[in-house]
Design a protein. Structure first.
Length: 102
């Protein structure tokens, strides 16, 4: 039996993060921005069939909030599992202090 498929949904902040990432990269290279956006969307869609793929954060406060994160190139997509839905909360550059942002 195939694994149960979940819906992957970006919350408002994650959608804004994705838009900001696209705009930042597109200012220098629109083609690279398109490729990056496609890669992020493709990798997030994997969570629909493999929601446990992401790592549990080492930061105990973030882990206690039941976040997992998926590494996508230089970015981290923070998400939580809610029954049949994967809720993507934020998509942040890995160099940012995500503990203060989340």
């Amino acid at each position: 039996m195939p694994p149960r498929k979940r819906v992957v949904r970006l919350l408002g902040l994650a959608e804004r993060d994705l838009s900001d990432i696209y705009d930042y990269v597109a200012a220098e290279n629109p083609t690279a921005a398109d490729r990056l956006l496609t890669r992020i969307e493709k990798d997030l869609n994997v969570l629909s069939t493999q929601p446990m793929l992401g790592r549990i954060p080492r930061d105990h406060d973030i882990a206690r909030l039941e976040y997992r994160y998926l590494i996508i190139g230089d970015f981290l997509a923070f998400y939580r599992l809610e029954s049949s839905v994967v809720l993507v909360h934020r998509i942040l550059h890995g160099a940012r202090d995500y503990a203060d942002i989340l």
